[in-house]
Design a protein around this ligand. Structure first.
Ligand SMILES: *[C@@H]1O[C@H](CO)[C@@H](O)[C@H](O)[C@H]1NC(C)=O
Ligand SMILES: *[C@@H]1O[C@H](CO)[C@@H](O)[C@H](O)[C@H]1NC(C)=O
Ligand SMILES: *[C@@H]1O[C@H](CO)[C@@H](O)[C@H](O)[C@H]1NC(C)=O
Ligand SMILES: *[C@@H]1O[C@H](CO)[C@@H](O)[C@H](O)[C@H]1NC(C)=O
Length: 350
């Protein structure tokens, strides 16, 4: 039972408790991309964790499609700390849709609806800088892509680069936030962006390592795209390093080889340490190769690992705030889903 002194003390403590709560809120408000330590860093001096094929889900909405690259949608990805979303844009009989390889295989809806989902999240999270990378599968024009941005009402967030060439001179996260220009948009590829200068041609500013890997031992840090650069020439001209880190498994169907995201190896692939094939191990190797951390890490099934541990390590972040921590739920979801779809993993989980 509480003594009267204790009750008095408790009452007395109330105002200062309120103050503590208030300063916690204030502190959260000054965090950028989930950490107060990142506000003063330039965009290219932060490692952005990316969800590969962000809208292509392996969940009930797709009947647990084996083509899905993520268990959780783009909104959940963002709330969990993912800050780069990639997806393929296809011309589906005149409509720009987010489709995996083809619109008959997996159609996740229109580009405009997907951008609206991102806008809604950004409206509710004003201190976050988000990057979108569109794979321009059917060579849509800048003006057609821009129509989808306009329909989604998201153009006012779009950052327009000050340089038409690769540059080491990017704003800090705080500047992007203060200016309200906290959505960076890259397109692979876009020859002419004069109709919408905020749509940046990816391979003008960014180089990537290899991406079409089927074995944990085949990850490499060497520049693979664009074909015109070597790792050192890309770094010399300040192109930002983009590290793909996901595996495909191949199956043979009626004599055709089909590639789908490799779930069997995913725990290793996304883990922060563990040697060959592990995200953290590759990230360390690439950081050593580049003399700087990769600006982007792109993974499948981002929640497994969890992959964000590697991004946090590269960013020196130990005090992340404002994230939805859903990793433990996701881990079990990952395993129960795969029990339905990939018997191989059941054996591993058992
Ligand atoms: C940021 O800059 C520091 C100091 O130059 C460097 O050690 C670090 O690797 C950079 N991080 C990223 C993500 O570029
Ligand atoms: C995303 O997924 C969450 C939970 O998995 C769900 O509540 C939400 O409605 C979804 N959002 C969209 C835009 O699909
Ligand atoms: C494609 O669009 C045209 C009109 O825009 C329509 O007549 C046609 O049925 C559509 N085809 C398919 C396969 O949806
Ligand atoms: C991991 O990938 C290799 C192919 O490189 C495959 O032989 C192996 O079975 C995979 N492991 C699991 C657990 O699926």
């Amino acid at each position: 039972m509480m003594s009267s002194t204790n009750i008095l003390t408790s009452l007395f403590l109330l105002p200062s408790l309120a103050q503590v709560a208030f300063s916690a809120v204030t502190k959260r408000a000054t965090a950028c991309n989930n950490s107060p330590d990142l506000c003063s860093k330039t965009y290219n001096n932060v490692t952005h964790l990316g969800a590969h094929n962000s809208p292509f889900l392996r969940d009930s909405s797709t009947g647990n499609s084996a083509s899905g690259n993520q268990f959780y949608n783009s909104t959940v990805q963002l709330s969990a700390g993912v800050r780069l979303l990639t997806g393929q844009v296809h011309n589906n009989n005149g409509s720009l849709d987010m489709c995996h390889s083809s619109c008959t295989l997996l159609n996740a809806g229109s580009l405009s609806d997907w951008l609206s989902e991102i806008k809604t999240w950004m409206d509710g999270n004003p201190n976050e800088v988000v990057t979108v990378l569109l794979v321009n599968s059917d060579d849509a024009s800048a003006s057609d892509l821009a129509s989808a941005y306009t329909n989604a009402g998201i153009t006012s967030y779009a950052y327009t680069p000050t340089s038409t060439k690769a540059t080491g001179d990017w704003p800090t996260l705080q500047t992007l936030i203060n200016d309200g220009k906290r959505l960076l948009n890259f397109v692979a590829s876009l020859d002419d962006n004069s109709a919408a200068p905020y749509l940046m041609d990816e391979f003008t500013y960014i180089f990537e390592n290899n991406y079409d890997n089927t074995s944990p031992s085949s990850f490499s840090c060497a520049a693979n795209r664009p074909s015109t650069v070597t790792t050192s020439s890309a770094l010399q001209q300040n192109m930002m390093p983009f590290m793909n880190h996901f595996l495909y498994e191949t199956t043979s169907l009626f004599g055709t080889t089909i590639e789908s995201p490799d779930l069997g190896n995913i725990s290793t692939t996304n883990s922060e340490s563990g040697g060959t094939g592990a995200l953290g191990t590759s990230a360390t190797e690439c950081t050593n190769t580049y003399g700087q951390a990769p600006t982007y890490l792109l993974v499948d099934f981002f929640n497994v690992g969890p992959a964000i541990e590697t991004a946090d390590r590269l960013n020196g972040v130990t005090n992340a705030v404002g994230r939805t921590n859903i990793y433990s739920i996701q881990m079990s979801a990952a395993y129960s889903l795969s029990e339905h779809s990939t018997p191989r993993l059941v054996a591993k989980a058992a």
